[in-house]
Design a binder for this molecule. Structure first.
Ligand code: FAD
Length: 375
């Protein structure tokens, strides 16, 4: 309800109408609790609409659905980006969720026991504030000496659509995460000559082993105590991926399950990158030392010329942009202290825990918990 001072009064304000915000909203709706769901763009699933064309879920359909509505049975095991968007649209329609679009949260503060949130042009006053603005809200853009003088384009993976504009070009992908690995494949498939800069030791797992998706393996293995899960998985990884050290990659000292737990970093779930490396169609370099006008000098002293560079260097949630770092619940790095819980009185965040068993699955678990805590 909007009062004369242009302030909307509501029990719960949810910010962000993609997977997390929609799932929390559905949970509250099922419990009959009032809420307003705001979204900065003019459609649901805005982040997914921006992702590159080739993207398919790395997590399987059966473990990536949100509470109350599984992904359609006719979807493939690894749904495409467009199918994820369609699913999120279906999800909103199924629960009758009607986000208020073109409402960008600018700031939020707690005053007199309530959350006061400001968007462009509107204020909201609510007992509860749920931030579902996504872990991947802001591109991580590292900088190197000489970068400004590089003759070609340098784009972040969030601005990469497909490899068509790069056909016939030498393109360096920076970063060996899931976006970097898949963009390298996409570039190759579009006739570019890709190379990849890999700064740190890595873990690579096959998307499926013995016909079972890696997420399903993780679900089972991550229940084992200590490092036992990684120990059990090691021979399977060796057989399915092989030894990549001779191609210039360094193997991480910790296993993939421990890597997610201790560093919040998902291993590369291989969708064809390893094959390209083994065939010599994707050159592996170490980290970047500096740019030159023609290309890059790497930390091992090698230099190579490139026409373009794609930074697959990840993202930051930057929640401290909304809530200044005074409460101690959101760090200076913009990452919340916990996800899926009440962080401060009436303050919840959903979708900020990098889970060993997939973000979408985790979002479903967190959303249910948050709806239960509120309702
Ligand atoms: C390339 C890529 C591939 C991925 N693949 C998988 C996968 O295979 N499996 C998996 O489980 N996860 C995957 N993820 C993780 C994925 O981000 C999550 O699973 C899921 O999309 C997160 O949903 P979310 O709602 O938390 O955030 P997002 O989908 O990022 O949505 C956040 C929403 O908040 C809105 N918003 C942001 N700021 C504001 C503001 N100030 N005011 C109002 N609205 C705002 C945005 O417009 C957006 O609609 C992938 C991520 C990326 C980047």
């Amino acid at each position: 309800m909007e009062n004369q001072a242009n302030t909307v009064e509501i029990e719960t304000l949810i910010v962000g109408a993609s997977a997390a915000g929609l799932a929390v909203a559905a949970g509250l709706k099922q419990r009959g609790r009032p809420f307003v769901l705001i979204e900065q763009s003019d459609q649901v699933a805005a982040a997914w609409r921006q992702h590159y064309d080739r993207l398919h879920l790395h997590t399987s359909r059966d473990l990536s659905g949100l509470p109350g509505l599984p992904m359609p049975r006719d979807y493939p095991r690894y749904p495409s980006r467009d199918q994820v968007i369609r699913y999120l649209e279906l999800y909103a329609a199924h629960f009758g969720l009607e986000p208020v679009f073109n409402q960008r949260l600018v700031s939020a503060e707690r005053v007199d026991g309530c959350w006061h949130a400001t968007t462009q042009g509107r204020r909201y006053r609510s007992a509860n504030l749920v931030l579902a603005t996504g872990y991947t809200r802001r591109p991580n853009l590292p900088e190197w000496p000489g970068q400004a003088g590089f003759a070609g384009p340098i784009i972040h993976s969030s601005a990469y659509r497909n490899g068509r504009p790069f056909a016939g070009q030498d393109v360096l992908v920076v970063g060996f995460g899931n976006s970097g690995g898949e963009i390298a494949v996409d570039l190759f498939e579009h006739g570019a000559r890709p190379a990849i800069a890999v700064r740190s030791p890595v873990n690579v797992v096959a998307r499926e082993t013995l016909g079972i998706p890696s997420l399903t393996w993780n679900l089972f293995l991550s229940r084992l105590p200590g490092n036992l899960g990684d120990w059990v998985a090691a021979p399977l990884v060796r057989v399915s991926v092989g030894d990549l050290t001779r191609y210039g990659l360094r193997k991480s000292k910790i296993g993939p399950i421990e890597q997610i737990k201790s560093q919040g970093q998902v291993p590369l779930i291989d969708v064809g990158t390893v094959k390209l490396i083994k065939r010599g169609q994707l050159t592996v370099y170490p980290g970047i030392e500096r740019f030159t006008p023609e290309g890059v000098v790497f930390t091992d002293g090698r230099a190579a010329a490139f026409d373009a560079v794609v930074l697959a260097t990840g993202y930051r949630p930057d929640l401290n942009e909304f809530i200044p770092d005074t409460s101690g619940v959101i760090g200076r790095d913009g990452v919340p202290a916990a996800s899926g819980r009440e962080l401060a009185p009436g303050l919840y965040v959903c979708g900020f825990y990098i889970s060993r068993t997939g973000m979408l699955r985790e979002i479903g678990i967190e959303a249910k918990r948050i709806a239960g805590l509120i309702g």
